[in-house]
Ligand binder design. Sequence first.
Ligand code: BTN
Length: 271
Amino acid sequence: MLHLHYTNLDSTNAAAKRLAAMNPGQMLLVSARTQTAGRGRLGRTWQSPAGGAWFSLATPAPENALVTQSAPLVVGAAVLETLQELLAAQTPNGTSAASPALSIKWPNDILLGNRKVCGILCERTLGAASADENRPSAALILGIGINANMSAVQLTDVRFPAVSLADVLGHPVELPRLIDACGRRIAAGMETLIANGLPCSVLKTIKRHLAWKGCRVRLAQGNREIDGIIMGIDALGRLMLRTYDGVEMCNAGEVTTVRPVAAPSEEPLAV
Ligand code: BTN
């Protein structure tokens, strides 16, 4: 995997897309100290001051719906596991138990103590026809933003409370090492996904760390909002929401509101 680091870019996702078009079939890791036009999900902007880990992995990937849909889950699990190791290595007794808990706000935001520490934006480029089936020219661009060494109070444009690794650890982390470790783990996960489908280990990590399991939430899907209780995820990584109409498997969306489960005096949701 080729790693290209820049002092400043518009967006590592945009740069990775340009570079992937020039290097079809090659896995590329693109990182930047700052971004001037960092992109978030749903067309939002992503503030990217110095001190964050801003990077994108461009990975050749067949134009396959299952691969495209599962990639964000693979990335989320890989980053969570990397952060778990990092936090464990930085605490005196070698466990991450002393730090606030890491969890996944489905589909792939990573929370540290219920505050957002990492956002993930996965995009696809369409490939030109390729003579070699084993080297698809289509690529997935997997963009990761980790609030690492800046203080989260620097981030003014947040829709959800943010936190940084340095806020929690009390000291900065080594950014090149963090980016390299995440990049390697994501690359390995993507190779398995493309060869064999969604790895069980990814589902296991997400199930174990799913935020707000058993809580009543609102899921926004474009103009539609679904209210229900988070039951877990299914074998395809879809969010299982128990609503008044039964259990709904959700492919996409954003959890916007969280409430504790109904008190016994409240009317329970029908199953
Ligand atoms: C989100 O939570 O909305 C996703 C944020 C993704 C931000 C990262 S930073 C590196 C990469 N380059 C971008 O422009 N966006 C992603």
